[in-house]
Design a protein around this ligand. Structure first.
Ligand code: 5AD
Ligand code: SF4
Length: 466
């Protein structure tokens, strides 16, 4: 039980990818037993953690402006005799720890993504006296996951579960191998245990996370190694786990076992984020992506053979150093060949300190990047819009997550991750209900529930691909 005399308030702001969302939840899990409960107001908090992202320049800059806002709150609190600890966590902390300490004196603690299981000790150290600074950006030998509490406060119906962390791919533009460290997989048994606990707490959908999730190779109890395909098959045996997703995958690490899981496991949703970055072989090579455009297309064919209704998403970088009009045309061409139904993300190349691509002389001018980004976004937007416009008239199983903005409205997700809005009773939250899709607007679908009495996952299980 929490001792209310020591009850403190914690505010966490999360930037960047889903792994940061998962990490923020785990930080809250670590701090719960030492008396911290969550608040959604920073000015109410005894401790504020900014869980940061370093992937592109803009993401990093946000941290310093947020620290500026927090400093004012911290000063106001100090005037009334209260203390607010400010911590910077995540990938900016890992990459720029010393710099943050020097540039932002209001920050009390800086810690990277591999050390947050030591948070209680760090806080105790920072609290010894005002002015003490704590910096912990190690890659410790001990496994973070072995030191996190088993208990987690799961709310809602969908959760992230980190199974793999780090990356050894060293794409020439990317900071992740430096901020998250070498590729490492969690053993299979604790992953299965965590999934079972989530399902027991009411979670119906799990998204397996990893910077390179399909490089997963977890040690199983019998000493064998499970790949991601095997892990998905085993997870699908958990009663009550109705939907499984994974992100982010690396094309050349998709193996036959994973492809066959898409064919055989109905709980594995027909949505896949499979970043290709560029359609030009020259640029793919300069990015060190380790596959050609043709190999990517071949892989997409295989996946669609296994699961014909697979909706694909991707990431694209435009304006990579040396990218010509012809290279850019190849990117538009691969987008046209694949057809990204589920929408895709596109970014201007951002030179990140310490990465090889940042040092290349043939940088693309900003105006050209802007123009190309517009071109890619228009095409991707049109593909997604066409896919969404093909939905009215279909019946889709929808997992309802929460109440909508309008009274009586519920919002859920289709298998393809589209938000679906209906009017219906709140008891449908947490259930999978077949819905007739009646309309679409923006990225959302609208529908009506088909109340057949077949609920909670059965609708999807029946739809197995033989
Ligand atoms: N510049 C632009 N985009 C980047 N990404 C990663 N690093 C950079 C960079 N330096 C994009 C990639 C990746 C996604 C998470 O962010 O497209 O897949
Ligand atoms: Fe970065 Fe490439 Fe690793 Fe993805 S695969 S995290 S883009 S280095």
């Amino acid at each position: 039980m929490t001792d209310t005399r020591n009850s403190k308030k914690l505010f966490i702001k999360t930037y960047g990818c889903q792994m940061n969302v998962y990490d923020s939840q785990r930080m809250a899990d670590v701090l719960g037993p030492v008396g911290y409960s969550m608040t959604d107001r920073p000015d109410d908090a005894d401790m504020v953690i900014l869980n940061t992202c370093h992937i592109r320049e803009k993401a990093s800059e946000k941290v310093y402006s947020e620290v500026g806002r927090l400093r004012k709150m911290k000063e106001e609190k100090a005037e009334s005799g209260d203390r607010m600890l400010i911590a910077v966590a995540g990938c900016v902390a890992q990459a720029e720890g010393e710099e943050i300490m020097a540039r932002a004196p209001a920050v009390d603690m800086v810690f990277g993504p591999q050390t947050y299981h030591r948070l209680p000790q760090m806080i105790a150290e920072a609290n010894r006296a005002a002015g003490i600074k704590v910096l912990d950006t190690d890659f410790p030998v001990e496994e973070k996951f072995d030191h996190l509490p088993e208990e987690s406060n799961h709310e809602g119906v969908s959760a992230f579960l980190t199974v793999q962390e780090g990356c050894d791919k060293f794409c020439t533009y990317c900071v992740v191998p430096y901020t998250r460290g070498a590729e490492a997989s969690r053993a299979a048994a604790p992953v299965m245990e965590e999934a079972r606990r989530m399902v027991a707490a009411g979670i119906r959908e799990i998204t397996l996370l990893g910077q390179n999730v399909n490089a997963y190779h977890g040690e199983a109890a019998d000493g064998s190694e499970w790949g991601l395909g095997r892990l998905i098959r085993e997870l699908a045996e958990i009663d009550g786990l109705d939907r499984i997703r994974y992100t982010t995958s690396y094309p050349s690490e998709v193996d036959e076992e994973l492809i066959s899981a898409h064919r055989d496991v109905p709980q594995l949703m027909p949505y896949l984020h499979l970043p290709v970055q560029s359609g030009s072989d020259k640029i793919l090579e300069a990015m060190n992506r380790r596959h050609t455009a043709a190999e990517y297309l071949e892989l997409v064919d295989k996946l669609r053979e296994a699961r014909p209704d697979l909706a694909l998403s991707s990431d694209f970088i435009v304006g990579f150093p040396g990218e010509t009009d012809k290279d850019f045309a190849d990117t538009l061409s691969i987008i046209n060949k694949v057809g990204y139904d589920a929408g895709a993300f596109s970014f201007k190349f951002s030179p990140r300190p310490g990465t090889p691509a940042a040092a290349v002389e043939t940088q693309v001018p900003e105006e050209v990047k802007t123009e190309r980004l517009k071109g890619v976004q228009q095409l991707l937007e049109a593909q997604q819009a066409a896919f969404n416009a093909s939905m009215p008239g279909q019946t889709l199983p929808v997992l309802f997550e929460k109440a909508g903005r309008e009274p009586g409205q519920l919002v859920g997700r289709s298998p393809y991750l589209q938000p679906v809005h209906i009017f219906g009773p709140e008891r449908l939250i947490g259930r999978i209900i077949d819905c007739n899709i009646t309309g679409n607007e923006g990225h959302s679908l609208f529908g009506e529930p088909v109340m057949t009495g077949v609920e909670a996952g059965e609708t999807e299980r029946k739809r197995a691909y033989a």
